[in-house]
Write a protein that binds this ligand. Sequence first.
Ligand code: HEM
Length: 100
Amino acid sequence: MVQDVATVARYTIEEVAKHNGKIEKTHPGGRDMLEEVAGKDATTKFLDMGHSSDAKSHLKTLKIGEIVENQKKDKRKQNVESNNKPNRSFVSLVTCGLVG
Ligand code: HEM
């Protein structure tokens, strides 16, 4: 894990890839959906699915960090922080793999 100046925990894709185990948690969209992306950057899939604000709030509680900037593939900036901080890329999907 790499700490940057903003003290946000940053994970490389290689670190995320170590957490590709089976998910023990429940998910309204099905466990398979999460297992498919465990150990990967799931940002695009999460965003494309059009999750509700409830889902985004829940995600906020699971977030442990972000993927290092130059390894982010999805350039969309999706704010899931309640305080509307600008420029916080939505990469929290690594949490799905890391908590599993
Ligand atoms: C930690 C990350 C995730 C959280 C917290 C989460 C949470 C949720 C929640 C709360 C719902 C219920 C519907 C809603 O409120 O939007 C849902 C539905 C769903 N999610 Fe996720 N989700 C996550 C990741 C993903 C990913 C990565 C995928 C796709 C690969 C996915 C696919 C789906 C699908 C297909 C549904 C069902 C939609 C429907 O039946 O209308 N989710 N998710």
